[in-house]
Every structure is written in C-alpha cells, then in structure tokens.
Design a protein around this ligand. Structure first.
Ligand code: HEM
Length: 235
C-alpha cells in the first residue's frame, strides 16, 4: 500500500462528526428558526421592530459589523487549530482530538456567522445591498465593490474548503489537501476585505485585533514551513 493510500485510510477512519443528514437538519433548523422569528418578533417586541423598520434603521449595519468581527475571529481560530494539529503543538494544548473537533466545527460555525454578516446587509438602506449583490462578488457599485468583492470571494473559498471535508473520501487526499491549503488565501482575502471595507478599521481595538491575529497565524505558518523544510536539509 502506498503512502498516499495509507494517509487516505487514516483520514477515512477519522470519525465524521457531522454527516450530510445532520448538516441538512442544521440548515433546516436555521431556516425554520428565522421564519418563525420573523412572525413572532413583531408581535412580541413591537418597539424593537420600530427601531428596525423606522426611517433610518442602523441595526442591520451594527449586526453586520458585529458578525463580521465574530466571523473573522472564528475563521482565524479554526486556522490556528489546524496549524496546531499539523505542527503537533496541539498535543500540548488543547489535545489532538479536541483541536480536530474545534477545527472542524468552528470553521462551519464561522461560515454560518459570515453568511449572516452578508445577508443582514440586505436590511441596511445606506449600503443598498440585495440578495444578488450580496451573493455575487463585486456586484454592488454603491459600496466599495472591490474590497467587498474580496470578502465575497473569501466566503466562497471558505465554503468550498468546509464542504470538501465531507467529500474527502471521494476526491482523495491529494486534491483535498490542495483545496485545504487555499484556506490561507481565504483568510488573507477576508483580512484584506475587513481592513479595507470595515468602519472599525481605524479604531485601536480593531488595529490590535488584525495585527495580533495576523501575526500569530504568520508565526504558526512559518513554524510549520520550517519544521517541514529543516529535516529535509539536515538528512
Ligand atoms: C458574502 C460575503 C460578504 C459580504 C457581502 C461582506 C460585506 C461587508 C461589508 C459591506 C462590510 C463593511 C461594514 C463596515 O463598514 O463595517 C464588511 C466588513 C467586514 N467584513 Fe465582510 N462581507 C462578506 C464576507 C466576509 C468574510 C468571509 C469575512 C471574514 C472572514 C468578513 C469579515 C469582515 C470584517 C472583519 C469586516 C470589518 C467589520 C468592521 O470594521 O466593523 N466578511 N463586510
């Protein structure tokens, strides 16, 4: 059996915590919850609805900005867990299996949060997004189309990477690895998008967040690269 087959077997034998059916149930629950909320909230919280549907509602913009930062942090955290696993540092913290689960679930959660970040913009009047311009990269000329477009591309890259996990047996370990490596691109696009199109970029906390998170990821990536390359030269 070749090394590639052995590696594929190893991945195939890993427990798949979320299967297609579970994923479908989660998506249906999100859809159902959203539908019920749109019916129930106006009846229970009329004042809240007034602030949302008033003449100049800001709530959508705030929700989008909040979920943007949360989504960015989740994508970053998932990548850190992935790198800790491959660097074998996860043995020290938080443990291999925990890092594996966190890597898998946090990326899925982050994808959902970022989808919310994009879709909630439809409610904002100033940026004037609609479903098409949220989903189609570079399609909204009214709000920083280039920088927002990079975020939209990041979202699709990220989606493909997460989805590839569930079909890794079919696509094989080599293709899966190649797809997985593009997560660096997804992260970079998300980071540039956040810095260039965000309202909060100039505030101190955002500067600290972007520099420290980017720095940590760069450190683990260089460590990973060197720990692969150095043994090759020493041999
Ligand atoms: C459908 C895809 C996306 C759309 C339509 C979109 C749209 C936007 C818009 C219009 C802004 C400006 C909001 C503001 O002024 O603060 C923004 C900011 C931001 N986005 Fe996205 N985005 C998308 C995907 C992503 C992805 C994949 C990430 C992260 C990985 C991300 C992270 C951020 C961050 C961190 C900010 C800055 C928030 C702030 O400064 O408060 N976005 N996005």
């Amino acid at each position: 059996m070749s090394k590639e087959d052995l590696e594929l077997n190893e991945f195939q034998s890993m427990p798949t915590m979320i299967r297609y059916e579970n994923l479908l149930i989660i998506l249906m629950a999100v859809f159902l919850g959203t539908t019920i909320a749109t019916i129930v909230v106006p009846a229970w919280l009329p004042d809240f609805v007034r602030t949302v549907l008033g003449p100049d509602p800001k709530v959508f913009w705030f929700l989008s900005r909040g979920s943007a930062i949360a989504g960015y942090c989740l994508l970053w955290f998932s990548m850190v867990m992935g790198l800790l696993m491959t660097n074998k540092m996860a043995r020290a913290w938080p443990g291999g299996p925990t890092a594996y689960d966190l890597h898998q679930f946090v990326s899925l959660l982050g994808l959902g949060v970022v989808l919310f970040h994009g879709l909630i913009l439809i409610g904002d009047r100033y940026a004037s997004f609609n479903l098409l311009t949220v989903l189609l990269p570079f399609a909204n000329p009214k709000y920083k189309p280039t920088w927002v477009g990079l975020g939209q591309l990041s979202f699709y890259f990220w989606g493909i990477i997460v989805f590839s996990f569930y079909i890794r047996k079919r696509i094989g370990i080599t293709v899966w690895r190649l797809v997985h490596i593009s997560s660096f691109l997804a992260y970079l696009l998300g980071l540039i998008h956040g810095v260039m199109s965000g309202t909060d970029t100039s505030s101190l906390w955002a500067t600290v967040l972007y520099w420290s998170s980017g720095g940590v990821l760069l450190f683990f990536s260089i460590y990973r690269l060197l720990s692969r390359l150095i043994p090759l030269y020493i041999k």
